[in-house]
Structures are given as structure tokens and as C-alpha cells.
Write a protein that binds this ligand. Structure first.
Ligand code: ASP
Length: 332
């Protein structure tokens, strides 16, 4: 049966209507992975850059550290990778050539922090954590976020880096008129979102990105928005999103996934239901890729995307792999 036809949302109906295929998916997942669902520690993160990020996060988990430290240290690896064009200092700029970074972090006690439109600072995720720990606020943006980072001793980096600037100049030349809707495709986005369950059963999540390449200046996507790009409920589970942030914000995506898990859906079912909601809300799905990744307190993992191509990295005591997520449709 086509996913679209059987997932009819309405909260009461959701648990029943999505049960069959996802239960099967979950069972086969469990069959080849005995530890999932036992509450054993696990780290998951979006896309292939998640492999290196997970390796760093796992060091924290292995030494019985806090999931919050794991998700911070994990994505810092991606932020510092200058070959990465969608996260951190190697990221692509907005339409006017400014690399503006977005990030957020959240722990099992619903403490959270975020920064948006942050320019020229090495580790947005750590600035987000500082906002969480040292201010009464949740989010700082733009020059305020930058001043706060500098006051707290964060390193500065000149962005865009040389190669990225060259690409941007070429792109700019090719544009015939002011770009209203830059194209979103495989090359110009891919946030790293990470979720971790530690040995003490604590959940945390992080999300960091340079956002939609060549975006309109000032644009902020889902990634730094608690409830959209990331959400954690220490009694239920955690979720993060990647892809076209505008679509994720419209359904408060990660919060939706966690709420569906609270109502009894598995992480896989919840991700599928959230993707289905996005599909229902958008008449034109051209180029509208969104992927959700979720983890519950039992250590069960789910992932699902609108289009094919979304993958995630999983690290546990016995696994270290990149997994292709299931999806609703192939790219046209
Ligand atoms: N969600 C990010 C944004 O909209 C981009 C991505 O994940 O691909 O900024």
C-alpha cells in the first residue's frame, strides 16, 4: 500500500492507521539488531557526515558521560570540517556572500539554547549551549549572538572560505535577476542533527547548519528552532529534521514527531506520520526534501523522508553504520 494512502492523520487514528507497515519495519530492524529497544546507549545523526560526528560523540558515551556533551562534541566535528558545504565554517553563504550559521541544543530536562544568523564564529553549537547555560534566554540571533560569542571567548573564522567564495561568485554571475527562491537540492543543504541516549538513559539532541545555500539574507530555517529542527522530551524521545526548513517549521516537525511518540507511535511510525503531514500540507512538492530522524527512550530509532536519498549514521555498542532511510517517493 502506498504510504500516502494509509496514513490519515488525526491523532486518535494515527496509532491505528500507521501501525501495520511500520510495525513490520520495526520488527525487521529489531531482528538484526538485538540491542535496539533495550535502552542501551545509542547515537544517531543525519547524513554521511554523521559517521565522523558519531565517532566523537561515542567517546563521551563510552566513558559514561552525559548525552548533552556527546551531542555537542559530536557535531563540533562537522562544524570544523572545512570540506563540508552545509555545516559550519566551510558552509555556503547567503545571496550576498555572508555565511550565517544556525544551531540549537536540548537536553532531557527541556533545557535548550539556540543561535541563528551567527557569522564568523567557529562553533555555533557551543555558543547555543552557552546561551542555554548562561543566559535566561533560549535564542540569540545576528550581531547579538556574535557579540555574546566573542564575550565568551569563542574563536573567530573568516567566512566564506576561499573555495566557497569562488563558487558563490560564479553563482552570482549566473543569476540573471535578484533570486527570490534559490533552488534547494542535494548539493546546497544538509544539516547535521544528532540525537543521543547515554548509559544513564538521558537523551539530548543538537542541530547545526549553514542553512539553505544562497538564501535571502536574514533567512533562518528550522535548524535552530526548538520544536522544528530539534526537540527532546526526556520522558519520551527526541527528533531532529533536515531538508527544507520552511516545510519543517510549518508543522513544528520535530515536536510533532516527539508528540506522536508520546501517543504510542514508534520512532519509525512517528517520522512517517510527520512526513505524511508535510506531504498533505504542500500542493507542490517539487524539490521539497525533508527527512526526520527519531530516537526513543528504549533506544529504538526511526527515520523517514519525502524523497529517496536521506541517510543517517548510527553508533551503538555493536553497530557503526550508515543507514538508508525509507522514503515516500523517488525523485522525479
Ligand atoms: N534544514 C536546513 C535549513 O532549512 C537545511 C538542511 O537540513 O538541509 O536551513
Amino acid at each position: 500500500m502506498k504510504r500516502r494512502n494509509f496514513v490519515k492523520l488525526g491523532l486518535a487514528g494515527a496509532a491505528v492507521s500507521v501501525m501495520k507497515p511500520s510495525m513490520a519495519a520495526q520488527l525487521s530492524e529489531k531482528q538484526h539488531n538485538h540491542e535496539m529497544g533495550t535502552g542501551a546507549p545509542v547515537v544517531v545523526s543525519t547524513w554521511s557526515h554523521g559517521m565522523a560526528a558519531n565517532a566523537s560523540a561515542w567517546k563521551v558515551i563510552e566513558s559514561k558521560g552525559h548525552a548533552l556533551d556527546a551531542v555537542e562534541q559530536g557535531v563540533m566535528v562537522t562544524e570544523m570540517d572545512i570540506a563540508n558545504r552545509s555545516v559550519g565554517i566551510g558552509g555556503r553563504p547567503d545571496r550576498d556572500g555572508h555565511v550565517t550559521l544556525d544551531a540549537c541544543i536540548m537536553d532531557e530536562e527541556s533545557r535548550c539554547g539556540a543561535v541563528a544568523c551567527l557569522e564568523g564564529i567557529d562553533h555555533p553549537i557551543s555558543v547555543a549551549r552557552k546561551v542555554m547555560e548562561e543566559t535566561p534566554h533560549v535564542m540569540l540571533v545576528g550581531s547579538g549572538a556574535r557579540d555574546f560569542a566573542l564575550e565568551h571567548g569563542f574563536g573567530q573564522t573568516k567566512t566564506p572560505i576561499k573555495e566557497v567564495k569562488k563558487d558563490w561568485k560564479k553563482w552570482k554571475k549566473e543569476q540573471k535577476e535578484m533570486v527570490k527562491k534559490p533552488e534547494i537540492n542535494h548539493e546546497n543543504h544538509d544539516t547535521v542533527g544528532m540525537l543521543a541516549l547515554d548509559a544513564k538513559g538521558r537523551l539530548s539532541g543538537s542541530c547545526t547548519t549553514s542553512g539553505w545555500a544562497y538564501k535571502i539574507p536574514g533567512r533562518v530555517g528550522d535548524s535552530p528552532i526548538i520544536g522544528a529542527g530539534l526537540f527532546v522530551d526526556g520522558h519520551v524521545g527526541a527528533a531532529c529534521a533536515t531538508g527544507m526548513g520552511e516545510a519543517v517549521i510549518r508543522i513544528a516537525g520535530s515536536h510533532t514527531v516527539v508528540e506522536l511518540m508520546r501517543q504510542g507511535l514508534s520512532p519509525q511510525q512517528a517520522c512517517e506520520a510527520a512526513v505524511e503531514r508535510i506531504i498533505q500540507k504542500h500542493k507542490d512538492l517539487t524539490g521539497l526534501q525533508v527527512g526526520f530522524l527519531a530516537l526513543n527512550l528504549e533506544g529504538e530509532v526511526g527515520a523517514y523522508s519525502v524523497y529517496s536519498g536521506f541517510n543517517y549514521a548510527l553508533k551503538s555498542n555493536v553497530r557503526d553504520e550508515l543507514i538508508d532511510a525509507n522514503y515516500d517517493r523517488e525523485w522525479d
